[in-house]
Design a binder for this molecule. Structure first.
Ligand code: PHE
Length: 465
């Protein structure tokens, strides 16, 4: 039993929880990753596959994860231990805490670039580029500069620590209530700007006309992996946020709201970005560089581009911050619940440790560029392990845990809290949830993992040559 039992915080309101959880979900995954993954995988057909993955796997697993948190009112380790009494399952929770630590360490590096680009945009630098290759050179020269990259990385970590330091209600909830509406407004402004550019229609056509020839087993797996990452699923962030939730609120409704918000923000970012990219005659398949190589040039070719470029990078930084705080909160909740630490101490100690762990990732773009682990840089390795292995594995365990260890009877009696007559009127919803959790989710995640470790196999082979 924890020392904090009677003083554990809760969200001040239902809206506070939704905005904080949507804030966790909406991040670099939506605005940076989603558009370029769509661009690289052929547009509309990929989006459809992604939407199916989100509906069929995303919603059921998200519900399960939030449910484990709300039932136990604990961090991931304490939650699994309380429901199972087993060391193995506590370790599964522990894997989530470790994943949070690893993800935050490199996520905050990229988030630092977004913050740094607010300054680049405001200094008018983009107008010197002329074409994406010059923008690309400029970007490379920035990330090769150790002080630039580590400087903005540390600045972003301090912001993250500041919010989590202030607590669940006064920090995370209040921060999300301020930042999320700003994020929505900024994105709508950018989308309207993109759509009103002459030639924007081509970008929309790219997003709406499915080209099925691009869809392969590979792209289905990428879509599922993206669904996990973007919904912050599989490492206990949603579990931890769920642990501050009241039993009066409905988990199915909240989960659907979070998924709808997350998906619509990704789609809106896609519309804004592709409308502008096509309107300015540039290519959609620039990969991870889409935002830092292509977009700066796109902005210089549109009326009002200077202002819109600043707005865009503020938006990206806000989205990243509402996600990074959820990562740090997982680690903080663990030390507060399990070790009886004060929140302030946990935030400072683990904020600093995350920063130290992130330094090799930041240096992967300069001094340590040639240091490879399984032929990946430190940054790519951290991303690969966390996003491609730990998150799907966590989701797999969550599904198995609910189906086999905790059991549907107990899980469903907890799930019913706050749902009113929903399940009495629609009993099929529960049947569907059980089928998805018992079969669909574990089987499809299993394939994602095989695929991820298949990449590992290739790397091993390459190494042994
Ligand atoms: N969902 C966040 C994004 O899309 C990333 C994230 C993953 C946050 C896992 C928390 C946990 O950017």
């Amino acid at each position: 039993m924890s020392l904090q039992e009677n003083t554990r915080e809760q969200w001040g309101s239902k809206l506070g929880f939704i905005l904080a959880a949507a804030g966790s979900a909406i991040g670099l995954g939506n605005i940076w990753k989603f558009p370029y993954v769509v661009g690289d995988n052929g547009g509309a057909a990929f989006i459809l596959v992604y939407l199916i993955c989100t509906a069929v796997i995303g919603i059921p697993v998200l519900m399960a994860e939030i449910l484990i948190g709300r039932t136990t009112q604990r961090n991931p380790v304490g939650a699994f231990r309380q429901l199972s009494g087993s060391k193995f399952w506590s370790a599964v929770g522990g894997m989530g805490v470790v994943a949070g630590f690893v993800i935050l360490s490199y996520y905050a590096v990229v988030a630092g670039w977004a913050v740094g680009y607010i300054y680049e945009a405001a200094s008018g630098k983009f107008f010197e580029f002329g074409e994406p290759s010059n923008a690309g050179h400029h970007f490379n020269s920035l990330i090769e500069d150790v002080w630039w990259i580590v400087g903005y990385f540390s600045f972003f970590m301090i912001l993250t620590m500041g919010v989590v330091f202030s607590g669940v209600q006064k920090g995370i909830e209040r921060g999300s209530k301020i930042m999320m509406p700003i994020l929505f407004v900024l994105l709508i402004i950018l989308m309207v700007r993109g759509l009103t550019l002459p030639g924007a229609g081509e970008g929309i056509a790219f997003l709406l006309t499915p080209d099925w020839s691009h869809i392969s087993g590979q792209s289905i797996l990428i879509a599922l992996g993206q669904a996990f990452f973007t919904l912050s699923m599989g490492m206990g962030a949603m579990l931890t946020y769920g642990s501050y939730m009241s039993k009066k609120d409905s988990i199915p409704i909240a989960s659907i709201q979070i998924v709808i918000l997350d998906t619509s923000i990704a789609l809106m970012a896609g519309v804004a970005i592709f409308a502008a990219v096509f309107a300015t005659g540039l290519l959609p398949n620039a990969g991870p560089g889409l935002i830092f190589h292509t977009l700066p040039v796109v902005f210089t070719k549109m009326p009002g581009g200077f202002l819109f470029s600043i707005i865009f990078f503020i938006l990206l930084s806000i989205a990243a911050l509402t996600s990074s705080i959820s990562l740090l909160e997982v680690i903080t909740a663990y030390f507060v619940d399990e070790k009886g630490w004060k929140r302030h101490k946990a935030v400072i100690v683990f904020g600093i440790l995350t920063f130290i762990l992130g330094i090799p990732s930041a240096l992967s773009f300069n001094i340590l560029a040639d240091v490879k682990i399984f032929s990946l840089t430190f940054f790519d390795f951290a991303d690969f392990i966390a996003a491609n292995i730990l998150l799907p594995l966590g989701g797999f365990f969550i599904a198995i845990f609910v189906a086999k260890v905790w059991g549907f009877d107990k899980a469903i009696s907890e799930l019913k809290h706050g749902t009113g007559k929903l399940f009495n009127k629609n009993p099929w919803l529960l049947t569907a949830w059980k089928i998805f959790i018992r079969y669909f989710a574990p089987v499809s995640i299993f394939f994602v993992l095989l695929h991820s470790t298949g990449i590992l196999d290739m790397i091993f082979k390459a190494l042994s040559k």
